[in-house]
Design a binder for this molecule. Structure first.
Ligand code: FES
Length: 147
């Protein structure tokens, strides 16, 4: 199996079986993200322990990329503090937008998003959950649009 197939399988698996899917009530932070290109929305809920994300869930309906990206994100950020999450987001963003960015070892399964950059219109699908998480961490409760 080559890397492209492996990445595709990770995306398919996380779309079919999203991890950490659902709501958290009450949550310390929650935000709803909206992709104006397609109308899809997703919500992110976080429970904080100081600076650390102790628990995270998401819900919403979106395309395979947005669902898989949110699922991968929740696995990757659970247990991390805000600084580490920001650093991870910077790596994901570079992976999605820089044509030559090589997947960094710190990305783990998030490296599966590398194929998305071949489809620029889908970059918003993959980054929607991250912008929504940032809003939940910064504002406590927010609705954002990725315009
Ligand atoms: Fe709507 Fe991907 S098509 S989030």
């Amino acid at each position: 199996m080559d890397l492209k197939e492996l990445y595709r399988d990770v995306i398919l698996d996380h779309n079919r079986h999203p991890r950490n899917f659902g709501r958290i009530e009450p949550a310390d932070g929650r935000a709803e993200g909206h992709n104006p290109l397609c109308g899809d929305r997703l919500s992110v809920f976080v429970v904080l322990d100081g600076e650390r994300v102790a628990d995270i869930r998401f819900e919403g309906r979106g395309c395979a990329i947005s669902t898989a990206s949110a699922s991968l994100m929740t696995e990757a950020v659970k247990g991390k503090d805000r600084t580490a999450i920001r650093a991870l987001f910077d790596k994901v963003h570079a992976l999605l937008t820089h044509p030559d960015a090589a997947p960094d070892g710190a990305l783990g399964k998030l490296a599966a998003l590398a194929g998305v950059r071949e489809f620029p219109v889908r970059v918003k699908c993959a980054s929607l959950c991250w912008h929504t998480l940032n809003a939940a961490l910064e504002h406590g409760a927010a609705t954002i649009s990725t315009e």
